[in-house]
Design a protein around this ligand. Structure first.
Ligand code: SF4
Length: 244
């Protein structure tokens, strides 16, 4: 693998079945707090990756015609990240590997970054979260638990990146393509999510990003996302009529 890094992801919508395994894996890997019903009702749940649903072919007289398309959305680690320049304390910054990083102990909770993120990918901790026993035993020791007043979002499982780099350094080599991946990609039963180094033209993620179906969310904003989606192929597609 090339030395230069630009970590990125490709999500194949033709493979996504909307099962939410990526969501559950992310919650467990990254110590994301429980989204209890009262928190969901207040629209203050935290979910670093979400699966949006788009419906087409809605016909009240023929429910069998209804089709659904799934769109997993997470922080796309923009190259030109709108969340970064608005942070007054530099808690949101860009690292040399293309990661949009959040420094938790620098964050003062202005939430400007969340307001400026066009992907709605940032989440604020309105409360001190708790994990009642025995759920506390499943907390990942490699991931910081965020406290009240702190902004958080997808890190591309940076703890896994660092672990792979440490192992490679110990063994006197560079990190190999696909020797590790993010929790969401690992849990996906259809292999819809692929993670890797976009700066390495031979990596799987780079190859997939060149697929004819590729596009990037809200690309017209000039954010240069590090996440590519591959369009779902449906020859009978009539256009999205309703989403929720
Ligand atoms: S998707 Fe949102 S949070 Fe992520 S880098 Fe872009 S602007 Fe920042």
């Amino acid at each position: 693998m090339a030395e230069r890094k630009r970590w990125g992801m490709v999500i194949d919508l033709d493979r996504c079945t909307g099962c939410q395994a990526c969501v559950v894996a992310c919650q467990a890997e990254n110590n994301i707090p429980l989204n209890t019903p009262d928190i969901v009702l207040q629209a203050r749940s935290i979910q670093w990756i979400r699966v949006e649903r788009y419906w087409s072919g809605i016909d009240e007289n023929d429910p069998a015609k209804v089709k659904v398309g799934y769109l997993p959305v997470l922080c796309v680690h923009c190259t030109n990240a709108p969340c970064e320049p608005v942070c007054p304390v530099y808690a949101a910054y860009h690292n040399p590997e293309g990661l949009n990083v959040q420094v938790y102990n620098r964050c003062v909770g202005t939430r400007y970054c969340a307001n400026n993120c066009p992907y709605h990918a940032r989440y604020f901790n309105y409360w001190e979260r708790e994990w009642p026993e025995p759920l506390n035993f499943q907390l990942n020791p490699d991931v910081t638990i965020r406290s009240k007043g702190i902004m958080e979002k997808c890190t591309f499982c940076v703890q896994r990146i660092r672990r792979a780099e440490r192992r490679a350094k110990f063994e006197g080599r560079t990190v190999r393509d696909q020797e590790f991946t993010t929790a969401c990609a690992q849990a996906c039963p259809t292999g819809a999510i692929v993670f890797g180094n976009l700066a390495d033209p031979s990596s799987l993620v780079s190859q997939l990003a060149k697929d004819a179906r590729h596009y990037r969310l809200l690309e017209h904003l000039g954010t240069e996302p590090g996440v590519y989606h591959l369009k779902k192929v449906d020859p009978n597609y009539q256009g999205a009529e309703k989403s929720r």
